[in-house]
Design a protein around this ligand. Structure first.
Ligand code: AR6
Length: 536
């Protein structure tokens, strides 16, 4: 087959449901025991909503983010007589950051002043490299003279801007947090200056060991020589600096919601008689650009954001870099369980980029023109689900692995009672098939099954792979024409494991799609395929 000219296959993208057009009107924004709203829910476009309550209320406990500005955030110091005493850590942070910071060494010194325990553990080589090698002296001076003081101001506004305690999104507890973009900027400025207490310890038993890290110290790490790490970190710094430049220039006025969803009523996959929904396969589009108004997948790590502050620079990390407000999820989202997902609605995109992984480059500022909903959120919804890591094809077909991946995607795709006509299509692609080693043909099929179960349409971005686009679409068309149900497919996957994978001793090896065509005895379709190639 000549697949070299394929750009897309399946239904026309204009036929797919998109927000806001397909959605029902939102109910009034109201805090409840399932929804923490950190501001007065009167959203007027153009002005940042006011924090709620008016004055800072301190909560220092195991169920809320421990705030740097809490009066219980204490720091041991030696007094004049060599006696140990405790001092307010926030006062130390305030006084330290208000001293002049003229270059990256001053910044390192400042951060270590209130993180003294990490003096010999943290390395700032990436930061120094960035300000001495990656950008010129003028840009560097501009950063330290102009932007950094504004970032300090933003960080120190914390008790005025984030007045309400932020609950932790704990395992198996569904809950939503809605914050203003300004609150997020203030929290991220604190993360930049590494002020969050108790978030640095690496030990297994430390209080936040089941949470991602949030202080930016890992972003500042690097090597003293030229290295690929330094290049990656430099491009990430460009994204972050651009974000702070923008929010300092004009305070953003919108809001963003983070919903942790734990789902206990999961489908019986073998019994489902749902049939497949509309499919659009796309070779050159990306989830973030062509998935406008759809439920956009974040190919996530169970620790949300994965390596965004470290070395990682694939789909999830890139998304978090161009939409840095997503990073704040790391402050309060405990590691995701198998039946959980995180939905993030409203994050604005600030940067453009080119390349991927080691070739990733910041490509300038990005003006996000997506409209906002009635709660002030950009109409961009991102769904974070973490796939399993696989090293061998066979492992992916174990019934418990298949079920786990179906259930995980189901947690994210399901509409929670919303009628199917009001659900945006899912914009996805090779979920779990890059860093996590999964097989795209299998994962594509599993995602079709889950989309069917949830009665949602699917837009699948194959990231340049024309053959994959061709094969996924052909399979989708075939299954629709045969009226194959989700339950049938579940059984076929089991049979494939038993009849093909577990009898691999035989010389010939039938790939999954060829096998499916054979099972349904569609001779024409099966002869379209190369018979004896490896799966995937
Ligand atoms: N749009 C569509 N498809 C994409 C895009 C995009 N913007 N970017 C990448 N792809 P990967 P995983 C395709 O490896 O295997 C992170 O560190 C491309 O084909 O990011 O689920 C997380 O934090 C790529 O190979 O996802 C996790 O730790 C494929 O999607 C881990 O990676 C998979 O992208 C998750 O790994």
């Amino acid at each position: 087959k000549d697949v070299t000219r394929i750009e897309w296959r399946g239904v026309d993208p204009s036929e797919l449901n998109r927000a806001p057009a397909c959605c029902r009107p939102l109910p009034q924004l109201q805090p409840s025991h399932e929804h923490t709203v950190l501001f007065r829910p009167h959203v007027r476009s153009g002005t940042p909503p006011r924090p709620y309550p008016d004055a800072y209320r301190d909560t220092w406990d195991a169920n809320h983010v421990r705030m740097p500005c809490s009066e219980e955030n204490l720091y041991p110091v030696d007094d004049k007589n060599g006696q140990k005493k405790v001092q307010s850590r926030w006062e130390l942070i305030e006084s330290t950051l208000q001293n002049p910071i003229k270059n990256s060494w001053d910044l390192e010194e400042a951060i270590l002043t209130y993180n003294a325990r990490y003096c010999s553990k943290w390395n700032f080589a990436g930061l120094h490299h960035f300000f001495t090698e990656e950008i010129d002296r003028k840009e560097s001076r501009h950063f330290f003279d102009q932007l950094l003081p504004k970032m300090v101001q933003m960080a120190l506004m914390l008790p005025k801007v984030c007045t309400q305690a932020i609950p932790l999104l704990r395992r198996q507890e569904s809950h939503t947090i809605t914050l203003t973009q300004l609150q997020i900027a203030c929290l991220l400025a604190n993360a930049f200056f590494c002020t969050f207490p108790r978030r640095n310890a690496q030990q297994k038993k430390s209080e936040y060991s089941r949470f991602p890290d949030i202080n930016f110290n890992r972003l500042f790490e690097g090597s003293t020589k030229k290295s690929s790490t330094n290049v990656r970190k430099a491009e990430k710094m460009r994204c972050i600096i651009n974000y702070f430049r923008r929010v300092a220039l004009k305070a953003p006025s919108g809001t963003v919601s983070f919903t942790r969803r734990a789902v206990t009523a999961l489908p019986s996959w073998d019994k489902s008689n749902k049939t497949l929904t509309k499919f659009h396969g796309n070779v050159y589009g990306t989830i973030e650009d062509q998935g406008e108004g759809m439920l956009q997948l974040d190919f996530a790590n169970m620790y949300i954001g994965g390596g965004v502050l470290g070395h990682g620079l694939v789909q999830e990390e890139i998304r978090f870099m161009i939409c840095p407000e997503l990073i704040v999820s790391r402050l309060f989202t405990e590691v995701l369980d198998a039946n959980e997902c995180l939905l993030m609605k409203g994050a604005e995109r600030f940067s453009d980029y080119t390349g991927y992984a080691s070739t990733f480059r910041w490509n300038g500022d990005y003006k996000d023109v997506i409209p906002r909903d009635a709660w002030g959120r950009k109409e961009t919804e991102i769904l974070a689900i973490d796939a399993l890591v696989f090293r061998r094809l066979e492992d992916q077909f174990k019934p418990q692995s298949l079920k786990r991946e179906l259930n995980k995607a189901f947690c994210g795709f399901y509409g929670d009672g919303t009628p199917a006509v009001n659900l945006p299509a899912v914009a996805t692609g090779n979920w779990g098939c890059g860093a996590f080693g999964g097989d795209a043909r299998l994962k594509g099929l599993l995602q079709m099954m889950v989309a069917a179960e949830c009665q949602r349409d699917l837009a699948y971005f194959t990231f340049g792979d024309q053959r994959l686009c061709y094969e996924l679409h052909k399979m989708n068309e075939f299954l629709v024409s045969q009226g194959v149900s989700v339950g049938d497919l579940w059984l076929v996957l089991q049979r494939y494991r038993e009849e093909v994978l577990q009898r691999k001793a035989k010389k010939s090896f039938t790939n999954l799609y060829t096998y499916i065509y054979q099972v349904y005895n569609d001779f024409e379709s099966s002869t379209d395929e190369e018979e004896e190639e490896g799966a995937g």
